[in-house]
Design a protein around this ligand. Sequence first.
Ligand code: GRF
Length: 216
Amino acid sequence: MRTVVLASGRGSNLRALAEAVDAGRCAARLVGLVTDRPGAGALALAEERGMPARIVSPKDHASRPAWDAALADGVGELDPELVVLAGFMRIVGSPMLGRFGGRIINVHPSLLPAFPGKDGPGQAIATGVRISGCTVHLVDEGVDSGTILAQGAVPVLPDDDAGSLHARIQTVEHRLLPEVVHWIATGRLVLADGARFTDVPAAHHLSALVYPPLTH
Ligand code: GRF
């Protein structure tokens, strides 16, 4: 399954995907990286792996619609069957949704529908929730509002700040995202017509977590 990753940041989720592919745990082919940021750490990783990479920076385009169109063209040239947003810090516009809608997934650092948008971990700390986690979901025109595909939970510990919570959430992201991509690549999760599982993966039952732990 030709998979294109969009990332703006350091790219730890791209690395997790690549390592899962190398280890035979994820049946995707990573055919390219597209970023909006020339300084994205994900670019170094793509280069390290010999993965084609494109930079589509808003600074190089006169308007938001022009950037939206260039992004869709840049992704389209890589001919993806699946598009994975792994820390892509911009909303994808209608050109992307028109061409790849229904086969774009995103990983978000909160248990949606709680804390969409920026700084999911910071929102969780500010609200005082005791459990947070990550969500892999389909991308639609809203902000982190598409169909939820899978979630993983982590405790929020008493001394956490947004950074320490985010780091804990990422340990789950790095397992869950490659797994979801594998489910899609192998037909276990069918995205067409609103997303459905052909059989429920056992891993679904493993993500339940209660904190503080129950004593009886
Ligand atoms: C992840 O926590 C993801 O949930 C969010 O952006 C972060 C990207 O991290 N959308 P990385 O660049 O993959 O390390």
